[in-house]
Design a protein around this ligand. Structure first.
Ligand code: SF4
Length: 471
């Protein structure tokens, strides 16, 4: 099925599902309230946001230089750095590392980049078992689904659904809807796997160029287990996650955590700078860092769209988006749903494949208002909409692919009428006196709206008749 049709089908199904509407409304309200209470002082929010935006804008403007510095310092620390131009290259790199250790089991911490790579399916097809250890990811993996939110992958499920899923997948576990017991069951099931798996894989929230340090933000401790118990740790990250200095981390971490969950700090914050040293009691013998480009360096070349790469994946734009909170994450194709997904995914996959996503927005601006790194999401979505119908061989991949002859003709006609007063007057004369000449087929636009009926007399004629001066 074409991606447009698939998206429309997903949207129809989501809107028609009362469980999705109820669940997302309630959970988005909760996350919004948490964020609000985390930033009680608007002045402090402005200062913090200005600082975070400045840091991220500077990082992105110096991406090649910072990445080189990161590679140099990671290598000096004993971390092996791998560059991957495409998702496939990154998958292959992970596979080679696994095969180098005869490893058939991979335990994973939360990583949206590994979702972008389609890593689990890639490794499963080659006989390697991947197990998600983040509780939300574990639940969606059991259900055979994709994450529906970037910080809360199983946010679409209620406790009864999770209880039924656990009972179905683990018949030995007694049925319960008690969240503490369910969490305890998952912990017991996963704990053994941390010791068995020879390789652990995680994402990276920030990578510090000046020290070669990989920072990992989490609440469950599974990230720490993935990075310390297995003999090998593989970290995968999009190249945009690099920051220059260690001193950049506190303001970014502060605004990320408060924007995401309303906490003042997450339960765990891991800083990984090397494999286990001789005098250390734990930690992996090998640490690998896979740096994935997958179109990011192309985005970085565009002085306007490069703001997309500032994103620190807090999820606040989703929580505040009226479209996402109606649809949930599964209606969106691609890895990242919501406003930032609608901006990032078409730039990565091409407007010919995902060019409908920028249209899934009311452009209300709630997303950019809460974005901690000041990404002007509505403006950039508008730019993508324009690119979609503009033929530009130098533009974004797939630019011009959404241009439709009839639609272009209608806009040309509109432009002609509205830019020439005489033609405009003739058009208005006929529209107000012979409404039958107006086009009837406005398509989906009038499915839930009434077609405006032009007044019998227009303002120009009324003014003329009453002798009112006007231009
Ligand atoms: S675009 Fe902004 S609000 Fe949305 S996830 Fe990224 S940083 Fe957070």
């Amino acid at each position: 099925m074409h991606q447009d049709a698939e998206f429309r089908k997903g949207v129809r199904e989501a809107i028609g599902d009362p469980h999705i509407r109820r669940t997302f409304r309630a959970r988005m309200d909760l996350l919004m309230a948490k964020r609000r209470s985390a930033f009680p002082d608007p002045e402090e929010w402005d200062d913090l946001r200005r600082a975070a935006t400045g840091i991220r804008a500077d990082n992105i403007s110096r991406l090649p230089e910072l990445l080189e510095q990161l590679e140099k310092n990671c290598t000096r620390n004993g971390i092996r750095v791998h560059w991957a131009e495409t998702a496939d290259d990154a998958n292959q790199t992970v596979l080679e590392i696994m095969r180098g250790h005869d490893a058939l089991q991979l335990i994973k911490g939360k990583s949206m980049v590994s979702e972008e790579m389609g890593l689990n399916g890639y490794l499963a097809a080659r006989g390697i078992d991947c197990l998600e250890s983040d509780l939300g990811e574990f639940i969606v993996q059991l259900a055979g689904e994709r994450p529906s939110h970037i910080i809360a992958p199983a946010i679409h499920k209620d406790r009864a659904q999770v209880a039924r899923l656990f009972k179905e997948k683990f018949p030995d576990v007694s049925y319960t809807e008690d969240i503490k017991t369910l969490t305890g069951d998952a912990r017991r099931l996963l704990r053994r796997k941390f010791f068995e798996a020879p390789v652990g894989l995680t994402g990276v929230n920030f990578a510090v160029a000046e020290t070669g340090t990989l920072c990992l933000v989490e609440n469950e401790g599974n990230g720490r287990l993935c990075t310390t118990l297995p003999k090998v740790h593989i970290a995968v990250m999009g190249i945009e996650k690099v920051v220059e200095k260690l001193s950049d981390i506190p303001p970014l971490l502060d605004i990320l955590v408060r924007s995401a969950t309303g906490q003042s700090i997450t339960t765990y914050f891991n800083m990984i700078s090397s494999p286990r040293r001789r005098d250390e009691r734990d930690g992996p013998e090998e640490v690998h860092l896979v740096l994935l480009d997958n179109g990011r360096s192309r985005i970085c070349q565009d002085r306007e769209l490069d703001a997309t790469l500032r994103c620190i994946r807090c999820g606040a734009c989703m929580n505040h988006c009226p479209v996402y909170s109606r649809l949930g994450g599964h209606a969106y194709p691609g890895t990242i749903p919501g406003p930032i997904g609608s901006l990032l995914e078409p730039q990565i996959a091409g407007l010919d494949r995902l060019g409908m996503l920028p249209t899934a927005s009311t452009l209300c601006g709630a997303c950019s208002e809460v974005c901690p790194v000041g990404i002007p999401i509505p403006e950039l979505l508008n730019r993508l909409r324009a690119e979609g119908v503009k033929r530009d061989p130098e533009g974004i991949a797939g630019s011009g692919s959404r241009r439709r002859f009839r639609e272009a003709l209608v806009w040309r006609l509109w432009q002609l009428i509205f830019s020439r007063p005489q033609i405009y007057c003739v058009a208005v004369f006929f529209a107000t006196r012979v409404p039958a000449v107006l086009p009837r087929l406005f398509g989906p636009w009038i499915r839930s709206r009434s077609l405006p009926i032009p007044a019998e007399k227009n303002l120009h004629d009324i003014c003329l008749k009453r002798g009112v001066e006007h231009e």
